[in-house]
Design a protein around this ligand. Sequence first.
Ligand SMILES: [Zn+2]
Ligand SMILES: [Zn+2]
Length: 224
Amino acid sequence: MGYALTRIDMHIHSDFSDGLNTPREIVEFALTRRFDSICIADHVSRDTGWLDDFLMEIKALRNEFEGRIEILAGLEVEVLDMRGNLDVDPTRVSSADLVLASFHWIPGKSGRMSWRAIRMDRAIALENWFTAMRAVLRNKQVKMIAHPGFILKSYKIEIPTYVKEEVAVLAGRSGVVFEHNHKYRVPDDEFLSLLQTEGARILPGSDAHSLVELDELWRSWPDV
Ligand SMILES: [Zn+2]
Ligand SMILES: [Zn+2]
């Protein structure tokens, strides 16, 4: 799969959250690797105290490097429940360039499903994820789905084709970007091709947490 002539990475973590490098180090490195556009996306939640500092820093870098590389500020935010609510103050998200909705766990009836509950009923886990995904795609705050399907893959739960199809249709209609995630290798080929068929927007993201990882993930990505 090609991504036209632009070299884009929509998902790089800095040391504002759990990455190793500063935003400036990431930008300077990305220039040496001839990226046209990067999104520095850090994990935030409702009680994140450094959000304004992060946004100011990205804005300053964007101005400094204008014309050489596009720099976006992204917020990677957990999906809290099956209604598609996010773990972020809704009044704060507009100050970022994009919100990446993420599943690092599977929502249950109240809170997250435990590993034991998922193991006991994988069909319910899939259903909950599917319900939450449909709701997230209706949430106007969300601009991108990070590593789509990764959480199910991590529990070895296959996504049936009809589920991929329905998500692809909603993705196409909503305009929400689906990340082609280098690190977790999701979505799979079938899911990607359904997303493309339905006109969904797909952009690459490494999900790198260091410059070394950024380099490695891009080197081992044969399709771009
Ligand atoms: Zn993530
Ligand atoms: Zn991430």
